[in-house]
Design a protein around this ligand. Structure first.
Ligand code: ADP
Ligand code: MG
Length: 690
């Protein structure tokens, strides 16, 4: 498409007959301003009017879809203070009455002489006449065309009717006929068995039958996913043009690093390390996602990557979501590096101004090798002399899109490793995280214990606490987790603490920790728990993520229905870490079928990956990730995970296309390239494609 000549597709909707400024404003509310917009405004559903029943054939008791012309409109009050609106419709075969009580909505939608569709249950009314009470009603623009058809149903806004959109789409299709330029060249389409764009748009809006609807949908889904996959891969390409420092891992370096670990790496860890070694040796930055369930041993892999940087005389940084985790990682690393000369430091919110200034000075001067901290590390005043590896431990948070850019002096980009404990389903990896390489830790370090999970009924509370006391008496420790959102019937951490201290855990050492405490105090509380002085810790999810206390084996979750599946799984990952079997008891109400399924899945399934798939099915990708947050355009027609096979196909094809033509410069891809750039050029920074 030559962008200079104005295509009719770019004309405003007011250029269509029947759409004035007023109606155009309504369309605009749906984001529809041009012909192109309405053509790509896909139906959210279809009504099958092939199943329409002629009025003369209707039977009482039938759930039916009927079509007729309005021949009488009546509105009256009854003696009982009710108001009745009554329509009489007819077709060539008979008549039907439709009644509504106490609403005159229908009078605003329907006029005498209109063709309308009625959907509802048929019954015998007064004088033996067939009627529908409160049927769904829809005005039909073009009854001839609707006869025996599959009719599109669009998402509407106040003031706009299905018939308005149908009419606009139909006019737009007519105006665009012969002018639509296909982004997929004919030979390519034939090879893939895809229908042309004109046919696809016609059939997606006004399908002749289900087969052609499917073909149309397939074509449009494929195109949408192909465009996405091209964008994702072009974005990767862009990242690969950045400069980084190649960090070769010699056998000597490898040996020196491994000597620090008190155990042999698992097969999964070995594989991840091998992949990371390959990444680091390149001159462009690594962008790798390390996925591994809670407790799968991601930290060691991260340490390996960071120590490679240090071995080459560069700096590395580890960024974690909370201050407590920063503390904990710092301690872990200190133990691990005790026998090395690595200069390790923690940047913490608790340091005094003076301390901080001094520390930042040393980081900037290159006198610190390995820095641990929170988001604070991205702050302006933290500058690195020669940062080469950045590890971001996100635990269950999805922030991968906003990968932090740390400030550093060198003219290169550091290598990035992002760790997540939330298994990301493949469909999401290919869409939202497609620019990252992925390493997977599927196996657990040896000796990991099973966690028994129970959904504890209200009348079993006593028994549960009895069980908890037994475990505490045996020397174990436990957590009690309370939802972060409080109020109403959900008690605060403090309230739960009180209840426990005066109730089931009277006489035991119980403490509470929550986000509003000063961090020094939080740290002391954690310290006492880690050292076993405190037996039970009451907390919210904000705090506990990533905490590693092997002696803690009993986890009680209050109001479990208020937690997401991923969160529940994270919480469970806190126990069963040591030699002792873990026990998790969830108190929960299942108010909705979804909550019921979620909790059942949690009790039955241990594997985080399987749980993530369930979660994905129950909640859909949008909710899971907060797509908006990632600034990524939504998908308009493809549905995941159902369309995953098409996603895989699109990914393969995108790879093949770019392997031949890395920038899609061949003129036959002009339109496709334009589509990619229009849709994703900005969000994915594809300025190199042009
Ligand atoms: P996560 O993936 O949740 O961050 P960690 O890195 O904290 O997991 O590891 C969990 C525990 O497993 C830690 O106590 C760690 O020392 C231990 N661990 C890690 N790798 C191994 C291994 N290969 N063999 C034995 N224990 C290991
Ligand atoms: Mg961890």
């Amino acid at each position: 498409m030559n962008p200079r000549t104005k295509s009719p597709l770019q004309l405003p909707l007011t250029s269509l007959r029947g759409i004035g400024p007023q109606k155009a404003r309504l369309f605009a509310q749906l984001g529809l301003r041009t012909l192109q917009h309405v053509l790509f405004y896909f139906p959210r559903d279809y009504e099958d009017w092939t199943r329409r029943i002629p009025l003369g054939k209707l039977q009482p008791g039938q759930e039916a879809l009927a079509l007729g012309r309005v021949v009488d409109v009546d509105q009256r009050g009854t003696g009982l203070g009710k108001r009745v609106v009554e329509l009489l419709v007819e077709d060539d075969t008979g008549v039907l009455r439709a009644v509504w009580f106490n609403t005159d909505y229908v009078l605003r939608v329907v006029r005498l002489g209109d063709w309308i569709a009625l959907q509802g249950k048929v019954r015998r009314g007064p004088h033996g006449m067939l009627e529908m009470a409160h049927p769904r009603v829809e005005r039909i623009a073009d009854p001839q065309h609707h006869q025996g058809r599959i009719v599109p149903v669009y998402r509407l806004c106040q003031g706009l009717r299905q018939s308005d959109v149908q009419l606009a789409v139909r006019s737009a299709l007519r105006a665009a006929a012969g002018q639509l330029e296909d982004a997929l060249p004919e030979p390519f389409r034939q090879q893939k068995g895809l229908v042309g764009i004109q046919e696809a748009l016609e059939q997606i809006h006004f399908p002749d039958d289900y087969v052609r609807l499917q073909q149309a949908r397939r074509r449009l889904v494929y195109q949408e996913l192909l465009v996405l996959q091209l964008a994702v891969q072009l974005h990767r390409q862009r990242l690969q043009q950045e400069q980084s420092v190649p960090l070769e891992v010699t056998d000597k370096i490898d040996g020196r690093i491994r000597r620090l670990f008190p155990f042999r790496l698992t097969a999964g860890q070995e594989e991840a390390v091998a992949q990371i070694r390959r990444d680091l040796a390149r001159s462009f930055p690594m962008h790798r996602l390390l996925q591994g369930d809670v407790g799968s041993g991601k930290t060691v892999v991260a340490v390996y990557a960071m120590l490679v940087a240090v071995a080459h005389g560069y700096q590395a940084a580890l960024m974690v979501p909370t201050e407590i985790l920063a503390q904990q990682h710092y301690q872990t690393l200190r133990r691990l590096l005790a026998r090395s000369r690595v200069r390790l430091e923690l940047v913490s919110g608790q340091q005094s101004r003076k301390e901080r200034k001094e520390l930042l000075g040393r980081i900037k001067a290159g006198m610190v090798d390995l820095v641990v901290g929170t988001q604070a590390l991205i702050q302006e005043d933290v500058r690195f002399a020669k940062l080469a590896v950045v590890v971001i431990d996100e635990q269950h948070k999805f922030g991968v899109r906003q990968r932090a850019r740390l400030q550093q002096a060198g003219p290169w980009h550091p290598h990035y490793l992002v760790m997540t404990a939330t298994p990301i389903p493949r469909t999401l990896l290919l869409t939202q995280f497609g620019d990252l390489d992925v390493s997977l830790l599927r196996d657990m370090p040896p000796g990991r214990q099973k966690v028994h999970t129970y959904w504890v009924a209200e009348d079993q509370r006593q028994q549960w606490w009895e069980f908890v006391r037994k475990k505490l008496d045996q020397g174990r420790q436990g957590y009690v987790v309370v939802p972060r959102v409080q109020g109403g019937s959900v008690p605060s951490v403090q309230q739960v603490l009180q209840q426990l201290q005066h109730g089931p855990l009277k006489g035991y050492q119980v403490e509470a920790i929550h986000g509003r405490l000063p961090s020094v105090q939080k740290q002391q509380i954690m310290q006492r728990f880690v050292q076993g002085q405190t037996q039970v810790l009451v907390c919210t999810t904000a705090i506990e993520v990533g905490v590693d206390v092997p002696n803690a084996t009993v986890l009680t979750i209050e109001h479990g229905h208020l937690f997401g599946l991923a969160q529940l799984h994270q919480l469970r990952g806190r126990i069963g870490r040591g030699r002792h079997v873990g026990y998790c008891g969830v108190f929960a109400r299942a108010d909705t079928p979804e909550a019921q399924q979620r909790l059942e899945a949690f009790v039955q399934i241990q594997d985080g990956f399987q749980l993530a798939e369930v979660d994905f099915r129950l909640r859909g990708p949008g909710n899971m990730l907060g797509t908006e947050q990632h600034g990524q355009a939504p998908l308009y027609i493809a549905r995941l995970p159902e369309d995953q096979p098409w996603l895989e196909q699109a990914r393969e094809d995108a790879q093949a296309l770019l392997a031949q033509d890395p920038r899609l410069q061949d003129p036959r891809w002009d339109r496709l390239r334009h589509l990619v750039l229009r849709r994703y050029g900005e969000v994915m920074d594809l300025s190199h494609v042009g």
